[in-house]
Design a protein around this ligand. Structure first.
Ligand code: TRP
Ligand code: SF4
Length: 359
């Protein structure tokens, strides 16, 4: 028997808020990495629709459609229901129960101190974010994570503080509550009574290359400078045309430097070594023009997205298939989440075992 089949694989959990169709920044910053992790780890990937509600509660009308778009992009990008458990957060009500229980032990100060709390309140000025739910955003995230007892959480730097809070909450929980020796702990990898109920997961920082948007700033939905995974080829080409370049290239005969140009950054991520070499050569000698250079960058992006768009088109024609994948994912996620919740309820003095109301 080979090692990989005899050993339990380590577990990974991550998710995204449903913000609508995903862009190249989401792909390079997360999805692309998740697709690779599937072959090495037992993976759980989900869409955090309750998290969308923490900011969009006054008008939740877009959340369902955005969730469907993200599901399509997950699958199109290569998340594979044969390898990973793919699901929607609100389809696994155990997350909400766990969030409630964790809220009992979480000091307010821990949540008020999370950097994104004040930042977002200041940035999203059109929304009233002085709500209970918004303050609890990172604790809901902690529940999302800890309920699967994962080893790793692959996220970008922007989420690292949330994973740190998650570890602190786990530690506090484990100090208060110890594993009870009940019939509930007989299966799963976590059946050693000395082991803590909630192992502290580690952040798996996604190495994310600098991915500029069409205005040269970081690609982000809020800047309106994105290239979507689902953008058709003509759209990609016309988005690249007005893209800013090295300001030193005022005229066609002025040489430039790809290291000072956002189009150069795109080449570094998406082009082959050969093309990249031609870009350096042509740019620094003014042998090529920026228009031609952008055409090559567009070619590289188009060919990266081609297989993703083919899969998306296939899925769009089979809504029943997507539905089935998500239903099956919820079933599997619920089963795993319920396993943790039985340990948690018992440890906190709840549930049929504790109250003597078991059937
Ligand atoms: N906060 C994450 C984001 O904005 C989404 C998220 C919710 C998440 N729960 C999670 C990410 C659990 C990783 C693990 O993208
Ligand atoms: Fe940028 Fe390419 Fe123009 Fe050089 S040739 S400045 S890399 S767009």
């Amino acid at each position: 028997m080979s090692n990989s089949s005899s050993l339990q694989r380590r577990r990974v959990l991550s998710g995204m808020r449903p913000t609508g169709k995903l862009h190249l920044g989401n792909y390079m910053g997360a999805l692309h990495n998740w697709v690779r992790l599937q072959d090495q780890y037992e993976c759980y990937f989900f869409i955090a629709d309750w998290h969308a509600l923490t900011t969009d509660y006054a008008d939740p009308s877009a959340i369902a459609a955005n969730t469907r778009e993200v599901a399509l992009d997950y699958l199109a990008a290569g998340l594979d229901p044969e390898k990973s458990v793919l699901f929607i957060q609100s389809h696994v009500p155990q997350h909400a129960e766990f969030h409630l229980l964790l809220s009992m032990i979480t000091p307010l100060g821990w949540l008020e101190r999370v950097p994104s709390y004040k930042e977002q309140q200041e940035n999203l000025t059109g929304k009233d974010l002085s709500t209970y739910g918004f303050l609890g955003y990172p604790l809901l995230q902690a529940a999302d994570i800890l309920i699967y007892q994962p080893d790793f959480v692959p996220v970008g730097q922007d989420q690292a503080a949330h994973v740190e809070l998650t570890r602190e909450v786990a530690r506090r929980f484990n100090q208060f509550y110890k594993k009870q020796d009940t019939a509930y702990t007989f299966h799963g990898s976590n059946n050693n009574p000395a082991a803590p109920i909630l192992p502290e997961p580690q952040v798996l920082l996604t190495p994310s290359p600098k991915l500029p948007g069409t205005d040269g700033r970081k690609m982000s939905k809020s800047y309106g400078n994105t290239i979507l995974l689902s953008d058709p080829e003509p759209e990609i080409r016309s988005k690249l045309k007005p893209m800013v370049t090295d300001p030193a290239r005022v005229r066609r005969k002025d040489p430039g430097n790809p290291d000072k140009c956002p189009v150069g950054d795109l080449h570094k991520i998406f082009s082959t070594q050969e093309t990249l070499q031609e870009v350096y050569e042509g740019c620094t000698t003014a042998g090529i023009g920026c228009i031609e250079c952008k055409t090559w960058a567009a070619d590289a992006i188009v060919s990266t997205l081609l297989p993703i768009q083919e899969r998306r088109a296939h899925l769009e024609q089979n809504p029943g298939l997507v539905k089935e994948i998500l239903c099956e994912g919820s079933r599997r996620a619920q089963a795993r989440a319920e396993q943790t919740m039985q340990q948690v309820r018992t440890a906190m003095g709840l549930g049929p075992e504790a109250t003597g109301t078991a059937q």
